[in-house]
Design a protein around this ligand. Structure first.
Ligand SMILES: [Mg+2]
Length: 514
């Protein structure tokens, strides 16, 4: 068994003098007491860090923050090249435009209709683009009939990871090219285009084309941030063990972590010193379900043996949750897993284990900054909706009163007729005000949505409803925050408390209605 000569990180920080790590962290803590709003950690489910003895981390888009635009552009261009070379697409598809602002996480591709769409938490499609054209209400109704869709069916594909955004971008561009009236480019069906784009993107990621370019020029595609290492050091205080659990293979993980962490802080040395266990090629979400052996790797990534249970200090590929939990030897609620993939990292670990979870949501910072800027407009929206609810209630009530009044008169019952006219007048007036308020609220929602994102609106909200991403985040992630480095701002034994978890009857200001 080959092990790198190292000591667990917590011994480094807590006891070793002269390494420089403790004093670097100490210096950071003295100067960073306050957490900026955009960098806060938000709590869906109360979590006492004191009870967390192990913290696992995903690598890509979690510990490793990429330069989004250069990486997406490279993925996009490599996939276009692949379509031409391996899938017989005409060279003219090289003219497709790279539009990084179009796709985002949480969207779906409808392979049959050729659309990229957004659905809410109740699975209703309320926004879709065919190529670059936003579908109008009639077209949405024709395609999706105002009924919940079945997102798990073959027809739909989820854009869940930031790695998948170029895929949504390229798909929409090819659909646009195929649909253009004056286009002389012959392209296959929408479903076939999807399959080809999927295969091309898979090749870009799996075939090594993208990885070799990132490894050759890491400074172009990756962000080296000392605060990430400081966050890991702070989490390790008191003897907590840190685990790297990634789907990337050894050579890529080693290259990326080497670039990100080697000698990043005085006394840190190799990136291996940050982790008590390194698990690569884990194949999440299969890792959480399968019963697979671990393969122990030497310092160059060669397999030297296999085992059911890994060993602290080593590096292993494949493996399973069962083997890891045998090594840990404690209940799963002592483990916190930090990842960015809502399904592979968070939903799967939550369903298959009792691990606690933290989701990294890069989109959060922009959303919070925008909410701060739009505070007054958002307040106006809440007022409009509250007014709309009041008017709607009054309108429906009056309609029933008028209806019953009319029925009583028609049946010949002897009651005065004068009040009926007044009730009809009042009902008409309320209906008119309701219609006006509804229009104002619709205009407001359009305006405010565009200020968050020109194509899709707010990342977390669709009108009054949550997006599907937001709903999953609330259900499965105990904590969520914009980046791993935010943990550097919190005490290692922080008690993350749920501040509020209100139900609707608690939010509505009933006091005003007394
Ligand atoms: Mg990831």
């Amino acid at each position: 068994m080959v092990r790198p000569p190292r000591e667990p990180l917590h011994q480094d920080v807590a006891t070793r003098k002269g390494s420089g790590l403790s004093s670097t962290l100490f210096d950071f803590l003295l100067h960073h007491e306050k957490v900026p709003a955009e960098r806060r950690i938000f709590v869906n489910r109360t979590l006492r860090m004191e009870s967390i003895r192990y913290v696992g981390f995903d690598l890509d888009w979690t510990l490793a923050d990429y330069e989004r635009i250069p990486l997406e552009r490279l993925t996009f261009e490599l996939a276009v090249e692949r379509l031409i070379v391996a899938h017989d697409y005409p060279e003219a598809i090289g003219q497709v435009e790279f539009r990084p602002s179009f796709p985002r996480r949480g969207l779906l591709i409808d392979k049959e209709a050729g659309t990229v769409l957004r659905m809410n938490r109740h699975r209703y499609v309320n926004l879709a683009y065919y190529g670059r054209t936003r579908l109008d209400r009639a077209e949405l109704k024709r395609l999706y009939r105002y009924e919940p869709i079945r997102p798990s069916s073959e027809r739909f594909y989820h854009l869940d990871s930031l790695f998948e955004l170029p895929e949504g971008n390229l798909y929409a561009e090819l659909i646009e090219m195929a649909a253009r009236q004056d286009s002389e480019v012959e392209l296959p069906s929408a479903w076939q285009i999807f399959d080809d784009v999927r295969a091309a993107i898979d090749w870009v990621h799996g075939g090594g084309a993208l990885k070799s370019r990132v490894m050759a020029e890491p400074e172009r595609y990756l962000k080296r941030d000392p605060e990430v290492a400081l966050a890991l050091l702070r989490l390790a205080l008191g003897g907590r063990r840190l685990i790297l659990l990634t789907n990337s293979d050894w050579s890529y993980a080693n290259a990326v972590c080497g670039f990100l962490f080697d000698e990043l802080l005085p006394g840190l040395g190799s990136w291996r010193n940050l982790f008590d266990l390194v698990l690569v090629d884990s194949g999440k979400p299969t890792f959480f379900r399968a019963d697979r052996e671990f393969r122990e790797l030497d310092s160059t990534g060669n397999v030297v043996s296999s085992c059911h249970v890994p060993v602290w200090g080593g590096a292993f590929s494949r493996g399973s949750l069962g083997g890891l939990m045998e090594l840990i030897g404690e209940p799963g609620e002592h483990v916190l897993y930090v990842g960015d993939h809502i399904y592979s990292d968070i939903v799967s670990s939550k369903i298959e284990s009792t691990w606690r979870t933290a989701l990294i949501v890069r989109e959060l910072e922009g959303e919070i900054a925008q909410r701060k800027r739009l505070r007054d407009e958002l307040k106006r929206g809440r007022e409009l909706r509250s007014r709309l609810a009041e008017l709607g209630h009054e309108m429906d009530h009056l309609r029933d009163v008028v209806f019953l009044y009319q029925q009583l008169l028609d049946s010949g019952i002897d009651i005065p007729t004068e009040p009926l006219q007044a009730l009809i007048q009042r009902s008409r007036s309320i209906t008119r005000r309701h219609r006006e308020t509804l229009r104002a609220e619709g205009d407001w929602a359009d305006q405010i949505g565009k200020q968050f994102d020109t194509y899709w609106g707010s990342f977390f909200k669709q009108g009054t409803s949550k997006t599907r991403f937001a709903a999953q985040l609330e259900t499965y992630a105990c904590l969520y925050t914009s980046r791993v480095s935010n943990f550097a701002y919190y005490g290692s034994n922080r008690y993350f408390r749920v501040v509020q978890d209100p139900m609707m009857h608690e939010i509505v200001d009933l006091a005003n209605e007394e």
